[in-house]
Design a protein around this ligand. Structure first.
Ligand SMILES: Cc1ncc(COP(=O)(O)O)c(C=O)c1O
Length: 393
């Protein structure tokens, strides 16, 4: 028997805490891609496996009996490995005991960081286009999102710091920055970081730095982590994701690094919203991190895929935006169509057989710029098939 609709079955009235949240465009595009047998370059995750050695290390941890609760803050060997990695790359040392926490992916780190410092009525500055978890996390904390839109032009997406400066008020509690940036593929440069440091100096504004794509930076550039800037690191929660770094997005293991006083507040919330993260994954990842090659070589791995994909796209009428980091490539399709972005993405999926994500989905108020995002974290043959189909437009 078909269950009755929820509205008739529920004997009480529930007022949504997130009334504007519905089915996301990611779900819509993925089901459409499956239905139309389109190559799915919409979803932001790899269609290839991780290093079998990583699986063996997790397996070994499970078999050795590491299957009960780890410490609330994360397994000690993993926290030490994270602290060593950050110091090795960015030259900033976090204390593994008091300044690093292992999280259930970056999403939980972001959510928890926001809950622990944003009070009702506090303003949180969000730079758009923005990853979709920021706004709901701010709203659930009772915070007020304040939006500044990136400029987009021939040089791609850039942050208008003058507009950020004008949007700051005495109520601003947090600024969220994301570099390398999803969906635009842009990266913040040294000048951006020093400007940000100047803007917050002498205030109580905190920074949430979403750096989940930290190892995917191209063309010889370096990742400008807030950890390279002691002034910023001193007031930042820095978030990363092993899902992105080791091609295991489904494992949902990430981490946050922050000065001890901030981390103490983070952990007060963390222990009651997840308490801790599964044990064998943590020990497996810690063992795997003994070899820095996989994360140090990740940039070159994805740069080759980016180049392959861009070389194919250059033969189409789609205009390529710069892709300095992440595994996303944005294209301006206005030479091909004047459809709004969501309609164009649907047309591309149904008629051409390649799924993409409209960048308008990353804005609170829909904003049309004639740009869609492709994900190139795919096998070469997947990218080649997509390019073959895209050659038709
Ligand atoms: C910018 C950004 N932040 C955070 C996340 C979430 O990462 P995780 O899967 O580790 O929760 C993603 C995943 O797509 C992302 O693109």
């Amino acid at each position: 028997m078909k269950p009755p609709a929820q509205s008739t079955r529920l004997p009480v009235r529930i007022e949504s805490k997130l009334p504007a949240v519905g089915t996301t465009i990611f779900t819509v595009m993925s089901s459409l891609a499956a239905e139309k047998k389109a190559v799915n370059l919409g979803q932001g995750f790899p269609d290839f496996g991780c290093d079998p050695a990583l699986i063996e290390m997790v397996d070994a941890a499970m078999k050795s009996g590491l299957n009960q609760y780890p410490p609330m803050t994360g397994a000690a060997p993993l926290r030490v490995a994270i602290a060593d990695k950050i110091e090795g790359i960015y030259g900033y040392r976090y204390d593994a005991d008091s300044e690093i926490t292992v999280t259930a992916g970056a999403t939980q780190a972001i959510f928890t960081a926001i809950q622990c410092c944003v009070h009702a009525g506090d303003e949180v500055l969000i730079i758009e286009p923005a990853y979709d978890s920021y706004v709901p996390s701010v709203l659930l904390a009772g915070g007020v999102p304040v939006f500044v839109q990136m400029n987009v032009g021939a040089n791609g997406y850039t942050v208008p710091w003058d507009k950020v400066a004008s949007a700051l008020t005495s109520k601003t509690r947090l600024i969220i920055v994301n570099t390398p940036h999803n969906p635009s593929g842009s990266t913040l440069q040294e000048g951006d970081m020093t400007t940000l440091a100047d803007l917050v100096r002498g205030t109580d504004i905190l920074i949430l730095a979403d750096e989940v794509y930290e190892h995917m930076v191209y063309d010889g550039a370096r990742h400008e982590s807030v950890c390279r800037y002691p002034d910023l690191a001193a007031r930042s929660f820095v978030v990363s994701s092993f899902g992105k770094t080791y091609h295991v997005t489904g494992w949902k293991v990430g981490f946050v690094a922050a000065p001890a006083a901030l981390m103490a507040e983070f952990r007060k919330v963390h222990q009651f919203n997840v308490f801790t993260v599964n044990t064998p994954m943590q020990h497996g990842i810690a063992a795997y991190m003994a070899n820095p090659a996989p994360y140090r070589e990740l940039g070159a791995f994805y740069e080759r895929k980016r180049n392959l994909f861009r070389a194919g796209l250059e033969k189409t009428r789609l205009r390529l935006l710069p892709a300095q980091g992440t595994y996303f490539q944005c294209v301006d399709y206005r030479a091909v169509s004047d459809l709004p972005e969501a309609e164009f993405a649907k047309w591309l999926t149904c008629e051409i057989g390649v799924a993409a994500i409209p960048v308008s989905a990353f804005y609170a108020e829909p904003r049309e710029s004639g740009i869609v995002r492709f994900c190139f974290a795919k096998k070469d043959e997947t990218l080649e098939l997509a390019l073959k189909r895209l050659a038709a437009i």
